[in-house]
Design a protein. Structure first.
Ligand SMILES: [Cu+2]
Length: 308
């Protein structure tokens, strides 16, 4: 098309350079996201440890991939069939076989080591967590109670989800939180995507020999959606909740209110009432902001919640 031979190659290089540049700058990804290789951002140190494991596993896989691709291209480029003569044969080459047995074995050992140490870190439990939450799942909602905080009538501070309100699990940031999971009926699963963690909730976890306790800490304030991740019946998909992570001083104010009687109702402050009274802006929104309330989509819904 009228192009001189001399100009074809530079133009190809320019075009491919331009395509590469567009790919890099038009994706809208931050360097951190690029290095995350698709791993979503978490909000706990445990999630960050998992991200690091993922990033370095992908880097290791890419290094192996680049080596293998290089060897394949080197072979197909420089060792094409030149004659009918059989090339030099390498079977039963002991040094070679030892190398390609030992190297993959070492790779598995390294991957196993970092997987096991990361898992141990994620599953670690302190003897004295800062906060304990009893999580009870039921068809089809959640109940959260704080056994160490009592209302004036001596009952644990409790938040329970209903057909019209998504339960908020309010917790402090930068503190070790222990979650004790159980279920009232069938198997559910406590899943907070931003934790990168989920665990099934069993009825009678002790009798089912289930480790129903895990701990984490949350690095930043915010609202994070939680879901049931175990198909548990008709309204499984609506079994949502919200983690509301507040700074320790805000959490203390929240818990102070929850352990007192609301003069307006003569009852202990509910979660929405306490948040409304705190009036700290978006973080004190009295209803869930990451998901909507239990909605069966039926005008005359007969959906029920039980277990209160
Ligand atoms: Cu469920």
């Amino acid at each position: 098309m009228g192009l001189k031979d001399g100009t074809r190659m530079p133009r190809m290089i320019k075009v491919s350079g331009l395509i590469g540049l567009v790919c890099v700058v038009a994706t809208g990804c931050t360097p951190r996201q690029v290095l995350g290789f698709g791993w979503p951002e978490g909000v706990t140190p445990q999630a960050e440890a998992m991200r690091q494991l993922w990033t370095w596993s992908v880097v290791a896989a890419l290094a192996v991939g680049v080596l293998v691709w290089g060897l394949i291209f080197w072979t197909v480029t420089f060792h094409r069939k030149k004659s009918d003569e059989l090339p030099r044969q390498f079977q039963y080459n002991n040094p070679l076989e030892v190398i390609y047995t030992v190297i993959p074995f070492l790779m598995v050992v390294v991957l196993f080591y970092f997987t096991a140490t990361t898992q141990n870190y994620v599953m670690a439990e302190e003897d004295r967590p800062d906060e304990v939450v009893d999580v009870v799942a039921f068809q089809w909602n959640w109940e959260f109670s704080y056994p160490e905080h009592r209302t004036p009538d001596g009952q644990p501070v409790t938040t329970i989800g209903t057909s019209s309100s998504t339960p908020l699990l309010v917790v402090p940031t930068g503190s070790t939180i222990e979650y004790r999971l159980s279920s009232e009926d069938v198997i559910h699963s406590f899943f907070v995507p931003k934790f990168h963690f989920k665990r099934d909730t069993f009825p009678h976890p002790d009798k089912n020999n289930q480790d129903n306790v895990f701990q984490n800490s949350i690095a930043q304030e915010g609202s994070f959606v939680g879901r049931c991740a175990e198909l548990c019946g008709t309204y499984h998909s609506m079994m949502n909740f919200e983690i509301r992570a507040l700074s320790p001083d805000k959490f203390d104010r929240y818990m102070d209110l929850r352990t007192r009687t609301n003069p307006a109702t003569d009852q202990p402050y509910t979660a929405p009432e306490a948040l409304r009274a705190m009036d700290c802006g978006k973080l004190c929104t009295p209803h869930a902001v990451t998901t909507s309330a239990f909605d069966t989509g039926r005008p005359s819904s007969a959906a029920t919640t039980s277990g209160s």
